[in-house]
Structures are given as structure tokens and as C-alpha cells.
Design a protein around this ligand. Structure first.
Ligand SMILES: Nc1ncnc2c1ncn2[C@@H]1O[C@H](COP(=O)(O)OP(=O)(O)OP(=O)(O)O)[C@@H](O)[C@H]1O
Ligand SMILES: Nc1ccn([C@H]2C[C@H](O)[C@@H](COP(=O)(O)O)O2)c(=O)n1
Length: 368
């Protein structure tokens, strides 16, 4: 793949391939056309239609996009020397996931200090704080149809079915209009986790879990003290015991799940509030850095157009085609992990006849 240099590509363009720079809204990076296909463009004649498309898709970080696209288009120009090939085009777009709101789950045992830290984060970082427990208590008080069921679950220190909780969270998120959320006390068990994935997996991005670690004896003392004024039905010794048991049995595995994904920031919640907040700030800095990269991701799609599927498949099976595929994968994998959403390059050949999208050379000419 030594031919993948922009200088060589530009020389080749000068020698016959035409390069179409693109005018529209940044969606199209650039396109190249086979000389034979370019010659078919007579003013009154219908443009030739491609019959098959070789498509490669990948998602990469913004810092790499320009250099990568230039390199890839040069590689496509190499491929265009093959018989039956008509044109190539690179497109780029923002992946939908880059625009979804950022969610931080806030976990830790009852009384670990989740609500206290969330109040500080909201004041300084502009998050919307949603406590699953608060939403459930409000739903109970508002006399909702599920009120009695919620009441029973909370009194027993059990976890309310996720359909109820996630519906409350979803509604509150939409009503807030925010783009950064602290979701406190959720997901508390496997049912919460599964319900979140199915209902919210595509709607919001979980960027991290703030996990406040605290000994039960410390948490119990805090909750009993809080119980003197909180008015909460579950801030008493008997309910606290059940809540601890539920936390150990049901919530800790959820923390383990996110730990495996590398998303958990464990913070010692037994320290004074200010010290806990200092550690929280450090965790937030790491989360925000990763989130900035997520938002700067770009989806790149490369198309090679051919007059027939056989031409594409012949080329893909040839040493040149294999080298092209391998080079794209290698280059994608060589980008630094943090700014690469997926090193996986999705490649496929599409028959235009079975595709919904008309892949004609006229689409290239639109940018002529
Ligand atoms: N770091 C701390 N040091 C001492 N007391 C604290 C600390 N953090 C919170 N508290 C106190 O402990 C009690 C419980 O705190 P908080 O309500 O923030 O816990 P929580 O994890 O949100 O509890 P729950 O899960 O029961 O809602 C409160 O009275 C709070 O003022
Ligand atoms: N995801 C959740 C969160 C809370 N609950 C119920 C059961 C808890 O004991 C209670 C109080 O929660 P807290 O305010 O202590 O976070 O609310 C639930 O069922 N599911």
C-alpha cells in the first residue's frame, strides 16, 4: 500500500483520474472518478449507473479524519485502475451516538453520600441530578397507580420493577432538556440494568459510574442521624439492614458489570465531604475527557462503484484488493485507542439492484 500517499494520488489525478471536490455541508469529503466513466459524461446522455458498490465503514476520532480520508481516497484511486470500476466516494457524517446525552450513574450503599456529592456536582458542573429513589417517592406521593406497589417495595428495602423506574427517569430526562445527567441510585439490580439497556441504550450514553465506597457501620450511623429529620420511612434500623442486604446481593453485581467495562470510578465515601468531592472532581475530569472524544467522532464511509459485482469480487480476491482491505484495517487499528470508536472496519459488497439507494455516477457528478 505504498501508493497510499496523497502526493502520488495527486500526480495520478493529473494523469487522468478526475477529483471532484465537494461543496455541500461537509457531508461529502471527496470523490474520484475513473477516466473511462468520466468520459461518458456527455451533456445530453444519461450517466452510466454503477451496478455494485464496495462499501467500507468505520468510526474514528476527529483528529484523524482529514489525514485518514486523504489516505483512503488515494487508495481508492489505486483501485479505480481496475476494469469495470467507475468511481469512488468518501462520505463522512456524525454518528448518532455522538449526540446523545451523557449519563453518569451514581452508586454506593445507602448513606454513602451519593446525594450529597451530586448536589455539589450540579452546582459546579451543570448536571441534571435525578435520584431514582426521589422519583419513586414522588410518584408514590402523587398517588400514581403504582403508588401502593412502590410504597411496599420501599418499606421492604426491595427494588421496584424497572418498568416503573425507567419510565420516571426517561420522563424526567426529557422534561429537563439537559444534556448531562447524574442518575443517582440506579441501576440497582440486574432488572434495572436490563431495563435501562432496552429502553435507554440508544437514547443516552453511559460515560461512567461514580461509586462511593463506605463501611456499613459508617453508613448506618449517618442514616440513623438523617432519620431524625428526613421523614423517610426507610431510615430506621430494621429497614437499613434490609437495604444493606439488597445492596450487597443485587447492586454490587451491577458495579462489577460496569467495572469490567472500565467505567467505574471508586471513591472513598467515608472521608469528609470536601475530600470526597476532590476525588469526585478527578473522576469527572477523566469522564469529561473521554466524552469529548466521543462527541468528536466521525463516521467515514468509502464507496467504490463498479459496473458489475463480479469486477468488485475479482478485485477483492486479488492481491491488490486484499492489500487494500488489510491496509485500511491496519491504519484504523493504528489510531490511538482513545480516539477510535471502533477499529473494526465493516466491509461489504452491495448489489445496487437490491439496495434501496441508487448508487449512480450522477451522485458523483452532483458535486462537479
Ligand atoms: N462525607 C460525609 N461525611 C459525613 N457525613 C456525610 C458525608 N456525606 C454525606 N453525609 C451525610 O450522610 C447522610 C447520607 O448522605 P446522602 O443522603 O448524601 O447519602 P445517599 O448515599 O444519597 O443515601 P441514600 O442512598 O439513602 O439516598 C446525610 O445526612 C449526609 O449529610
Ligand atoms: N433504582 C431504584 C432506586 C431506588 N429504589 C427504591 C428502593 C430504595 O430502598 C428506595 C430508596 O432509594 P434511595 O433514595 O435510598 O436511593 O427507593 C428502587 O426500587 N429502585
Amino acid at each position: 500500500m505504498s501508493g497510499f500517499t496523497s502526493r502520488r494520488f495527486l500526480r495520478r489525478l493529473g494523469g487522468g483520474l478526475s477529483m471532484l471536490s465537494v461543496a455541500s455541508a461537509g457531508a461529502y469529503v471527496s470523490a474520484a472518478m475513473h477516466p473511462a466513466a468520466a468520459q461518458q459524461k456527455a451533456p445530453d446522455s444519461k450517466p452510466a449507473l454503477a451496478k455494485a458498490v464496495y462499501e467500507q465503514q468505520l468510526t474514528i476520532g476527529q483528529p484523524h479524519v482529514t489525514a485518514f480520508c486523504e489516505w483512503l481516497l488515494a487508495g481508492c484511486a489505486d483501485a479505480l485502475k481496475q476494469p469495470g470500476f467507475m468511481g469512488a466516494k468518501l462520505l463522512r457524517s456524525t454518528p448518532p451516538a455522538a449526540n446523545t446525552p451523557l449519563v453518569l450513574f451514581v452508586l454506593g450503599g445507602p448513606g454513602a453520600g451519593k446525594g450529597t456529592q451530586c448536589a455539589r456536582i450540579v452546582a459546579e458542573h451543570g448536571y441534571i441530578h435525578l435520584s431514582a429513589g426521589d422519583l419513586l417517592r414522588a410518584a408514590r406521593q402523587a398517588g400514581s397507580s403504582e403508588g401502593q406497589l412502590i410504597d411496599e417495595y420501599i418499606r421492604e428495602g426491595r427494588i421496584v420493577p424497572v418498568e416503573i423506574t425507567v419510565a420516571l427517569l426517561r420522563k424526567a430526562m426529557a422534561a429537563s432538556g439537559g444534556s448531562r445527567f447524574l442518575i443517582d441510585g440506579f441501576p440497582r439490580n440486574g432488572d434495572n440494568l436490563a431495563g435501562w439497556h432496552s429502553q435507554m441504550g440508544e437514547v443516552a450514553h453511559v460515560g461512567g459510574v461514580l461509586m462511593y465506597d463506605c463501611a456499613e457501620a459508617v453508613m448506618e450511623a449517618r442514616l440513623l442521624e438523617r432519620g431524625k429529620t428526613s421523614g423517610r420511612a426507610d431510615d430506621n434500623a430494621a429497614a437499613i439492614k434490609k437495604r444493606f442486604a439488597t445492596y450487597r446481593a443485587e447492586t454490587m453485581p451491577v458495579v462489577g458489570y460496569y467495572a469490567q467495562l472500565g467505567l467505574v470510578h471508586t471513591i472513598d465515601g467515608s472521608q469528609p465531604v470536601e475530600d470526597v468531592y476532590d476525588k469526585t472532581q478527578q473522576a469527572l475530569a477523566a469522564v469529561h475527557k473521554a466524552d469529548a472524544l466521543r462527541r468528536a467522532q466521525v463516521q467515514v464511509v468509502a464507496h467504490l462503484y463498479a459496473a458489475d459485482r463480479a469486477s468488485l469480487e475479482r478485485w477483492l480476491a486479488s492481491p491488490a484488493g486484499k492489500a487494500h482491505e488489510a491496509a485500511v484495517r491496519e491504519r484504523a487499528a493504528s489510531m490511538d485507542g482513545a480516539s477510535r470508536a471502533s477499529g473494526a472496519v465493516r466491509s461489504r459488497v452491495l448489489d445496487v439492484s437490491t439496495s434501496l439507494k441508487p448508487y449512480g455516477l450522477d451522485s458523483l457528478r452532483a458535486f462537479d
